[in-house]
Structures are given as C-alpha cells and as structure tokens.
Design a protein around this ligand. Structure first.
Ligand SMILES: CC(C)(COP(=O)(O)OP(=O)(O)OC[C@H]1O[C@@H](n2cnc3c(N)ncnc32)[C@H](O)[C@@H]1OP(=O)(O)O)[C@@H](O)C(=O)NCCC(=O)NCCS
Length: 145
C-alpha cells in the first residue's frame, strides 16, 4: 500500500473511479485536470499493485482547507482507506498553514457522514437543495490542531 500525491497520468484512472463511486455529478477528466492548474489543490491517492484504490483532494487558501473529493473503490471499502486518505489530507492542509477544514456532504450519504463524524468533523449547518437532484448538503467543519 503506497500513499502518494496525484500525478497527471493518474487522471484517467481517478476519473473512472469517480464515475463508479458517484452516480450523480462525478468529476470528469477535464475537471480533475483543472486541479493541476490550481496552486491551492493537493490530491493524494493510495496505490496497491499498480491500481488506485482510494483518493482524495483538498483546496487550501490561507488558513482554511476544503475537502473537494474523497472516495474508495467499492471492493476496498470498510478497511480504513478512507480514514487514511482523510488523515493525510489533513496533514497536507496543516503543513500549508490551514487551521480548519470544511466539507459538504449529502444528507443521505451515511457512510461518509459517519466517517467524518468519527474523524472529528461536526455539522455546522445545512444548505437546502444544494445538489442538482434537490438534496440538502450538510456543511461540516474540523479544527486542525
Ligand atoms: C465514504 C467512503 C470514502 C469511506 O471510505 P472507506 O475506505 O470505506 O472508509 P473507512 O474504511 O476508512 O471507514 C472509516 C469510518 O467511516 C465509517 N463508515 C465508512 N463506511 C461506512 C458504512 N458503509 N456504514 C457505516 N459507517 C461507515 C465508519 O465509522 C468507519 O470506521 P470503522 O470501520 O472503524 O467503523 C466510501 O464509502 C466511498 O467511497 N463512498 C462513495 C464516495 C463518497 O460518498 N465520498 C464522500 C463524498 S462527501
């Protein structure tokens, strides 16, 4: 198991996992490629036997980081990879000066909500009908100490 930063050549594989992991609004190759143009973006992934099994990305601006994407390939879930990706992203955020991290999650996404709560995030408010299908988002925050 090897955790490392994204490389440009990972983008097709990450885009494929995005469409497997998200039935609605997955990031496509173009959206992922734009991350490389941003000095604020940090993407990390887990690679096992040459395949990407989990990945995530944050944007960091001044003392705030925002979790932009995170997923584990379906057959590798519930074995701690999501937690490890999140922990590494928090370290990357702190090392770039972030003091807090925010994220948005669908109210129906209990797996992700539970992962974030267990990791120390707390819900601070909801954004009604935030997603294209009319679903609400929960905005969560964690102080990075
Ligand atoms: C959310 C997601 C990234 C979790 O990845 P994972 O590798 O399975 O996560 P972990 O194994 O590290 O689990 C960490 C904790 O999250 C919680 N959790 C994860 N999946 C869960 C599930 N299906 N049911 C209940 N709790 C769950 C648990 O508290 C778990 O800790 P535990 O196993 O010690 O009980 C994964 O389910 C996924 O890729 N979902 C689709 C993409 C997605 O929704 N991303 C988040 C968008 S906001």
């Amino acid at each position: 198991m090897n955790m490392r930063l994204w490389r440009y050549e990972d983008l097709n594989e990450i885009a494929e996992l995005e469409s497997e992991c998200f039935s609605q609004d997955p990031w496509n190759v173009r959206m992922l490629a734009e991350c490389f143009l941003s000095p604020h973006f940090v993407g990390v992934l887990m690679e096992e036997d040459g395949a990407v099994t989990a990945y995530g990305g944050i944007g960091v601006a001044e003392d705030e980081a925002e979790l932009q994407l995170i997923a584990t390939a379906e057959m590798y879930r519930r074995c701690g990879r999501g937690k490890l990706i999140l922990a590494r992203l928090e370290e990357e955020a702190k090392s770039r000066g972030a003091k807090k991290m925010f994220l948005e999650v669908r109210v129906s996404n209990s797996a992700a909500l539970l992962m974030y709560l267990k990791d120390g995030f707390e819900g601070i408010y909801t954004r009604p009908r935030y997603y294209r299908n009319g679903e609400d988002a929960v905005v969560m925050k964690k102080e990075l100490v």
